[in-house]
Write a protein that binds this ligand. Sequence first.
Ligand code: SIN
Ligand code: CO
Length: 375
Amino acid sequence: MNVFQSLPLLGGLSPAQFMQRHWQKKPLLVRQALAAGRPLLSPAELFALAGQDDVQSRLVSQQPGGWRLRQGPFSRRALPPLKRPGWTLLVQGVDRHQQAAHELLQAFRFAPDCRLDDLMVSYASEGGGVGPHFDSYDVFLLQLQGQRRWRIGRQKDLSLQEGLPLKILSAFVPEQEFVLDAGDMLYLPPRYAHDGVALSECLTGSIGFRAPRAGELARELLQRLADDAADLSGDAIYRDPAQAAAGNPGEIPAQLQAFAKDAVHRALADPMALDRALGEHLTEPPASVWFSPARRSYKLGGLVRLDRCTKMMFDRKHVFINGEAYRASGRDARLMQQLANDRCLSASDCTVLSPDAQALLRHWQASGWLHAPSQ
Ligand code: SIN
Ligand code: CO
């Protein structure tokens, strides 16, 4: 992607300008961000996805007694009639199930892949919405079909109404209001309050991002380092042949404290271990993702394309794919980085990979992580 090229998707801004002026800073409304064309998916296709066990979906409805939230999957009959106003069906990870949705998400890869999360699509009957709230992450709200009125505000008071199944602001103060038609898009930075109400039956796409929390990330990485440490140092057992008779049996011996420190230092000794653990963690596929192993074996000499559920990233020393780390250098590293960036690799590039790297492509193809000509 040329990050300096102005894009209709960003209202004529280039990705570089958008990231500098708006990303995590201020909203952006883009009229006709997407050219009118065939809608991404129909309500019927969305309802069918919401019926699948491996798809996360929620149904929010406003009823006389207040807000109601139910978790999917939902059979078609479990959904309210289309004519009933005030309900919304939200379906996560549509990009993992539908090629057109996956392709739409690729247009937002001016943010690093490790920040891009998924495409959620909601269907709302007239008057439907999830109430005034804020999200902890950046979001692009893309109107796919019908009309939705968004009211937004830089809300200082982020307190939530108590006792509700959804997070609804207790004192929402909107500052701006926009009606979005199909093709229009609104970007909101994290914690920007918003409330979208369907003016007609509508479909809205949310391009969502993820951002790690420091504590959770530390726990995840330390757990991975701890697992490696157990493998690395074998099961060295503390020994104390010089231990004197203990006059204070309750006291922890300084020698055991030193042994513990040494064990922790060893676990952190490899300077690349943390980077490796981070890459493995960031490319770990969600638990609901299953790859279908290839029926036929890989044949060299054709375009290689990553499966749409595959996560592939790299750092200076490693290539990561679906939770696995590989050391890479030289031409192999350059081509593997190209595969991660472009999500495909040409036949001629594949033929100049080393035999080891080609063996990896074969292994990934067999696992269903990438698709390639087969024999
Ligand atoms: C929706 O699509 O109804 C909700 C999206 C959001 O407010 O983040
Ligand atoms: Co939201």
